[in-house]
Write a protein of this length. Structure first.
Lengths: 435, 931
């Protein structure tokens, strides 16, 4: 089963070779939250060769298995941040350190994973709170390129990139009209009538279709194997997404964008994942009907309209879930949010406090993103035959007061040290002034 | 003006030039004696129309003759049968030029607004202060500008006004903040020397923020207000300084300043000149009044169309209002779906607009009408009719066009009614009333000379079909959605887990008794209670905490958070621009926030004065202020003040380095000391300097310093500089590297008001760590966590939980990071911050532990009044959504035909953002530069 789902795009699991020599280990913990199925309290995990071999109240003790007692700790799958600019920006205010956003309107052959700084100080900070994987995606233009899934451990980009490309990123054009009166515009010369704007909007929507029509034509021409056929890198990058095998991640915010994107995807038979989706709750029924996956990034955005409920974005994931929409949660893209990525579990917590069933809230930061990316066969939950990527928490993961104590990625325990812990240690030990 | 006209050769009206026969070649003058016979004459508002004959002689009303009285033999008789005659209409606020522009109040974005913030060097380095030539130091303060010196009639415009029935107008200056004086003119195309009835009618002030387009101080609303305040103080000082100099001719010579001279007539105690304020928003109407009182001015206000937001504040001004009849028109959306983006606020503004004149009258205010700000003057009459359909009476309307503007402009002896001896200014309509639809202005008489309408007369029955009356108002009164939900005299909360944040610690199964807005008792349940209790709340399973306090907020500020132009803007005051209308208040109440420290931004080393407020939703700005809180001011260090991230243009303002920041503080504090010395030294009167006064108050211990700071070196340098001047810093804001110098901060006694876990967004926060709060707490500093964000302020309880996570601060102490500690930092802990007997009853009821992410705020109380209730919030929302649905349905209907085809500009006016709601998006003012 597993073997058949591995595509040529999947980089061979590094740990398979790295960890092959390690002996099997049984981890005993106060609780195991499998996410995909029942939880065990207490429970055990059997890890061998970087993979989970068994999960349950107890697991068969293989000969020579080491037993690690994680007394008092609760185990969860590693958390997945998707999509994010992690690794593409160090200090968002310092331009030289920012590689998040390329120019050009249609640049599908921009690949995000190659530019991740493996030694970014932001990565260990995110990892220390349980983020083990990040879908690093490019920003800019209409089609900004393709994203790759990184595990937050490894020697360099090539080891860290575990799936590429994962998704093509399409940024749906804004459909709201700019109604700012001329006198209130910073630059009155840029003022456009509503009509003009509407026709520009229509043109932008047509441009999306033209782009994908062109891609179809390229695919067709390519298939003919004509002698004078010339490869175009940009079109090559789009090919995997045309057949609906891999997802196009459509970044859209307001209801009209979302509706338009869903209609578009239905018409073209594309597999899409909505990202951002602040207004998705307004069109939950439509999304549910077509089971469109949503990665919701607006949990902590202020209400969009003056007649929206003050807590609508806290409740939106629950509304979507009730309508049958599979929901993942993420922070917004950009360098700022990359530095805040460690707060990912608290998006889930906020949704849970406002109606989303707890199990769903946990899924929204683990199994759901794995499913949306097509890697649920190896990540996202604690099940036999999946990667041994899990975190140990000294309490409820969704409670801010709890701390992630240990993290394993593909069977290998990773350090939770970061710039923050180093500075903390250093200044905690600053000699106190003499009285 | 040509030489000929100066010589009087073009002087036409025989009434005025009767003595001089014009030379041949010009049209000979007709005789100047007229009898207007047979009309219905309305001599003044409220008077019944009467058939009297108006006798005009030499430009004045010579007599009113009853029906049948003999006419003088020399009178030229005009048969006015079927017409109605009013005193000539007056526009008290006429801007010359074809496109009137409403006051510009673009919201200025704080730090991100890199474009356009310019600074022309340090104090006293400018060759010309402000504009070229002598004048005020702020270029847009030009009180010496006189319309009377610039006015020339423009025929097209005058004709248009006459066809609306206007005979005279007060022409206003249109540029700047303090704009100069207006001139009252007759609306004829004659020699300007003759048509100006009165020069210097009003001094004019507009709260206009230039936004990004203009350079220099001031570019925020609070800066505009501060600059007006300073200018009038300077004018007062000028008077005193001149007097002193004339008595002491060997003393230091006062400067010549024509701007200050020009302000003198507007100054009290009994101003010669009233001052017209164009405040541009509902809240600023009241601010203008308070400012006028402070400065001794006599205010007249120009309505903004936003008065519906707070009619009671308009009432509180007691000032006469000049009211434009701008009515937004429903926009033409290209697609049906585009209606989705129409906000409730836009719909309300649209629906209320015709009611503004009536609403102001209901507040017993004097109302004059103007054509000002109309995108198309032709819409004046249809718009007036719509105002009348909403309750503005005919008598009020006539008064608003005649007697009231005449009195406001000080010309009631000449104009305003039809009375013997007054100027013969008359407005004449065909038919029974000016105010009826379809009635036509037949013409006007101005100073005894007829100007007949050139438009073909339309028989009333052939006029356009009588328009549908517009629909009654659909929008609700905003007050219906805010204000306390309950105000019981006493409240007893039973059996809750009470986090007192005080010496009693956290008590399980405890009762809290509130009486008259104060905590009366706290203790283990059951608490003995004497006397009746108005409301008892079962708190079983719930947690009760003190109201959350945010020591760093920008969420309720009007018209720009930064006055970032000058390196010191100690004179600007957030207290002038508190925004009581923003949704942020409700959103944050829903997260348990009860008190916020509204701070100026961090664009300059010495920023503006802060305002501590309570989130009394529904109260007006002055009533939101935490009256017991001591005054304070915002300072800032580091990248923002040295303009590191403002763009490449910004390299000339001092300081550009952290070295210079210290130098700057030392300089301004020394200047403040010298200022105080000068004030007590005697001799020539000292100019009241609002910047140095605020700094002197810091040195005197009367004003708290809240200093935005990042790096350890700058923190130390700042503390040491303040120590030199004997100043104890109240708080270091953000204080990201404060953990590195926690001992020094604790020894100084400064509070640390920190972010919980922000980092890496700019270079100076590369060493920020989430353990900072715990480390500083451990070293004895008073630590709080602030929001600096309208989002985070909704969940500061969860920010406090991060102090437990990062560094293991005990839970009760962690909660104090957002309750008692910020109260201590703001020196308001005597009243708030903990649940202790005697303190204000500012409390929050939570569904679970306030530090748990599963906890939801159920109720928020301030001063013993319920301001937020989770269940009631649902009802409120349902009503709001129903209101929007009703308004939307109404807006989509064909609009009542008012005879005017709404101009594009009237449609654009639909989207005019009110200052009060223009800000609703931003999260972080400090630093966020993403996207």
């Amino acid at each position: 089963m597993r073997a058949t789902t591995i595509t040529p795009f999947v980089v061979a699991s590094l740990c398979a070779s790295l960890c092959a020599t390690a002996a099997p280990v049984v981890y005993r913990a106060a609780a195991i939250h499998t996410v995909s199925g029942e939880s065990f309290a207490p429970g055990e995990l059997l890890v061998d060769g970087g993979k989970l071999r068994a999960v349950g109240k107890t697991v068969p003790r293989a000969a020579a298995a080491k037993v690690v007692d994680l007394a008092g700790l609760q185990l969860y799958p590693g958390l997945i941040a998707a999509p994010t600019s992690l690794g593409l920006a160090e200090i968002s205010g310092v331009r030289a350190t920012v590689d998040t956003t390329e120019v050009g309107e249609f640049v599908p052959d921009v690949e995000a994973w190659i530019s991740v700084n493996p030694d970014s100080e932001l990565i260990p900070v995110a990892r220390a709170n349980g983020i083990t994987h990040a879908l690093v995606a490019p920003m800019g233009g209409r089609v900004s390129g393709v994203s790759g899934l990184m595990q937050l451990n490894g020697w360099g980009v090539e080891q860290m990139t575990i799936q590429k490309p994962v998704a093509l990123h399409l940024w749906w054009p804004a459909m709201q009209l700019d109604t700012t009166p001329k006198e209130q515009l910073a630059d009155a010369s840029k003022s456009k009538s509503l009509k003009e704007q509407a026709s520009e909007r229509a043109e932008q929507l047509r441009a999306i279709d033209r782009f994908f029509d062109d891609a179809d034509a390229y695919q067709k021409a390519r298939a003919t194997g004509a002698k004078d056929f010339k490869k175009v890198p940009a079109w090559e990058s789009v090919l995997p997404f045309l057949k609906g095998e891999r997802p196009i991640m459509v970044h859209a915010t307001e209801a009209r964008q979302i509706t338009a994107a869903v209609t578009w995807a239905q018409k073209r038979h594309y597999k899409i994942v909505l990202v951002g989706a602040q207004d998705a709750w307004r069109v939950a029924e439509l999304l549910g009907k077509h089971a469109v996956p949503v990665i919701y990034d607006a949990t902590f955005e202020l209400p969009r309209r003056d007649d929206d409920a003050h807590d609508i974005h806290f409740r939106a994931p629950h509304i979507l879930h009730r309508a049958g929409v599979p929901v993942a949660l993420c922070l917004p893209m950009g360098g700022w949010a990359a530095s805040e990525l460690r707060n990912l579990p608290y998006l889930a917590a906020q949704s849970a406090a406002h109606g989303l069933p707890r199990a769903e809230a946990l899924k929204a930061i683990t199994l759901r993103p794995a499913q949306f990316m097509g890697v649920a066969d190896r990540l996202g939950s604690l099940e036999a035959d999946k990667e041994a990527t899990f975190i140990a928490v000294d309490g409820d993961l969704l409670d801010i007061r709890a701390n992630v104590k240990r993290v394993w990625i593909a069977g290998e325990e990773v350090s939770l040290e970061s710039r923050h812990t180093r500075l903390f240690e250093r200044y905690k030990n600053r000699p106190r002034p003499r009285p | 003006m040509s030489i000929l006209s100066r010589l009087g050769l073009l002087c036409l009206p025989v009434a005025l030039c009767a003595a001089e026969l014009p030379p041949p070649g010009q049209r000979p003058e007709p005789p100047g004696v007229h009898a207007l016979v047979g009309a219905r004459v309305v001599i003044k508002p409220g008077a019944a129309p009467a058939n009297v004959t108006i006798l005009i002689r030499a430009g004045r009303i010579a007599d009113l003759l009853a029906e049948g009285q003999p006419l003088p033999a020399d009178a030229r008789v005009w048969n006015m049968t079927g017409k109605t005659i009013y005193a000539g209409f007056i526009d008290p606020y006429l801007a010359q030029g074809t496109t009137n522009r409403p006051i510009s109040n673009r919201w200025t974005v704080p730090i991100e607004a890199t474009a356009g913030i310019a600074f022309h060097g340090g104090p006293n380095t400018k060759a010309d202060m402000g504009a070229p030539g002598p004048g005020y130091e702020v270029a847009r303060i030009t009180p010496a500008f006189r319309v009377a010196e610039k006015y020339s009639p423009r025929e097209k415009e005058l004709k248009e006004l006459r066809e609306l029935g206007f005979t005279a107008a007060n022409i206003i200056p249109t540029q700047g903040i303090i704009r100069g004086t207006s001139a009252f003119v007759l609306l004829t195309e004659e020699d300007p020397n003759r048509v100006i009835l009165k020069a210097d009618v009003f001094q004019h002030v507009a709260f206009e923020t230039p936004g990004e387009r203009e350079d220099g101080y001031p570019n925020s609303l609070m800066g505009v207000i501060a600059s007006v305040r300073q200018a009038f103080f300077d004018a007062r000082h000028q008077v005193a300084a001149r007097t002193y100099f004339s008595e002491n001719p060997t003393s230091a010579r006062p400067e010549f300043n024509p701007a200050l001279e020009a302000l003198r007539p507007a100054l009290g105690p009994k101003p010669v000149l009233p001052t017209v304020f164009e405040p541009g928003s509902a809240l600023m109407n009241h601010r203008a009044k308070l400012l006028a009182d402070e400065l001794g001015l006599q205010p007249v206000l120009v309505a903004s169309g936003q008065e519906w937001r707070r009619p009671e504040l308009a009432k509180a001004t007691g000032a006469p209002f000049i009211v434009p009849l701008t009515l937004p028109a429903i926009p033409e959306f290209p697609e049906e779906d585009d209606w989705q983006q129409v906000s409730l606020d836009e719909l309300r503004t649209w629906d209320w607009a015709p009611e503004i004149p009536a609403l102001l009258r209901r507040q017993n205010l004097t109302v004059a009408l103007t054509t000002y700000a109309l995108p198309d003057r032709k819409s004046f009459r249809p718009n007036l009719r719509r105002a009348m359909e909403r309750g503005f009476t005919e008598e009020d309307a006539l008064a608003a066009l005649t007697t009231i503007p005449a009195t406001l402009c000080g010309l009631d002896a000449q104009l305003g009614t039809i009375a013997k001896g007054k100027l013969a200014n008359l407005t004449i309509v065909d038919g029974k009333s000016y105010f009826e639809s379809g009635s036509k202005v037949a013409g006007v008489w101005i100073e005894g000379r007829p100007y007949l309408s050139t438009e073909a007369a339309v028989a009333p029955d052939k006029a356009a079909p009588k328009p549908e009356p517009s629909l009654p108002r659909t929008a609700d009164v905003p007050a219906a959605y805010r204000g306390p939900l309950a105000e019981p005299a006493s409240v007893l909360i039973r059996n809750a887990t009470v986090w007192t944040s005080g010496p009693q610690g956290t008590i399980e199964k405890a009762d809290v008794l509130i009486r008259n807005g104060r905590i009366e008792a706290v203790g283990k349940s059951p608490l003995p209670v004497r006397g009746a209790v108005a409301l008892e709340i079962n708190g079983t399973g719930m947690h009760l905490t003190p109201g959350i306090i945010d020591c760093h907020s920008h969420s309720m500020i009007l018209g720009g958070v930064n006055e970032g132009t000058l390196p010191s803007t100690a004179m600007v005051r957030i207290g002038d621009v508190v925004n009581s209308e923003t949704d942020n208040i409700f959103n944050q109440l829903a997260g348990g926030l009860t008190t916020a420290n509204l701070l100026h931004g961090s664009a300059n080393p010495i920023g503006g004065q802060n305002a501590v407020i309570k989130l009394r939703y529904g109260a007006a700005p002055e009533d939101m202020k935490f009256s017991e809180a001591p005054a304070g001011i915002k300072f800032a260090l580091g990248e923002n003040v040295k303009q590191s991230n403002w763009g490449e243009k910004y390299t000339t303002r001092f300081p550009q380095t952290r070295m210079g920041v210290r130098t700057f503080f030392a300089n301004r504090f020394t200047a403040a000391l010298q200022y105080r010395q000068a004030q007590t030294a005697g001799g020539a009167p000292v100019r009241r300097n609002l910047e140095l006064e605020a700094i002197a108050e810091i040195i005197e211990g009367k004003r708290l310093v809240h200093c935005h700071s990042y790096r350890q070196d700058e923190i130390l340098s700042f503390l040491r500089t303040m120590e030199q001047f004997g100043v104890k810093v109240a708080t270091l804001q953000h204080v990201l590297e404060g953990y590195k110098v926690a001992d020094e901060i604790a020894a100084h006694g400064a509070g640390a008001s920190a972010f919980s876990d922000w980092w890496a967004y700019k270079f100076e926060v590369i060493d920020a760590i989430p353990y900072a709060g715990a480390l500083m707490h451990d070293r004895g500093a008073v630590v709080s966590f602030n929001s600096d964000s309208s989002d985070l302020a909704r969940r500061l309880n969860l920010e406090a939980a991060k102090a437990v996570k990062y560094g293991g601060v005990p839970e009760a102490d962690a909660l104090r990071f957002v309750t008692l500690n910020p109260a201590k930092q703001l020196r308001i802990d005597k009243w708030v911050g903990s649940i202790e007997p005697g303190k204000h009853a500012d409390i929050v009821l939570w569904s679970a532990s306030p530090l748990s992410t599963q906890s939801v705020c159920e109720q928020t109380w301030i001063d013993g009044k319920l301001y937020y209730d989770r269940q009631r919030a649902v009802e409120r929302l349902t009503r709001l959504q129903a209101e929007r649905a009703r308004l939307l349905a109404k807006a989509k209907k064909p609009q009542p035909a008012t005879g005017d085809n709404p101009a594009e500009k009237a449609r654009a006016a639909f989207f005019q953002r009110a200052l009060e709601t223009a800000h609703q998006t931003s999260r972080c003012y400090e630093c966020r530069k993403d996207n």
